[in-house]
Design a protein around this ligand. Structure first.
Ligand code: SAM
Length: 97
């Protein structure tokens, strides 16, 4: 459903330890980018270590950022996914398009 293509920039909101960002690297290819955001810095550390271990740091970045204040313009990404984040935020419907 995300229609991911080689070269795309894709966002994983509430990425946790990078379980999904790492596999997404295969879909976007070397010229694409996957950005995972999570409010828990420990999760970001685990995810970044996983990216190093899997050799995908050229295209997978994890950042310690609150989903309530995403520092990207809405057209920065080709697609966005989020798994098991909405139960953690105060106003989940604010994330619906
Ligand atoms: C149940 S985990 C799911 C992680 C990952 N999406 C997965 O499916 O493996 C929920 C994640 O949402 C993150 N989270 C909760 N509130 C958040 C917020 N306001 N902004 C960003 N991440 C948040 C938590 O730190 C946690 O890593």
């Amino acid at each position: 459903m995300m229609h991911i293509q080689v070269g795309h920039r894709d966002l994983d909101l509430g990425c946790g330890p990078g379980i999904d960002t790492i596999p997404l690297a295969q879909f976007v290819g070397r010229n694409g980018q996957v950005i995972g955001l999570d409010i828990d810095n420990k999760m970001i550390e685990v995810a970044n270590k996983k990216a190093i271990d899997e050799g995908v740091t050229d295209r997978v970045i994890h950042k310690h950022i609150d989903a309530n204040s995403i520092p990207y313009h809405s057209d920065h990404f080709n697609s966005c996914r989020s798994e098991r984040l909405l139960q953690h935020v105060a106003i989940p419907w604010a994330y619906l398009i």
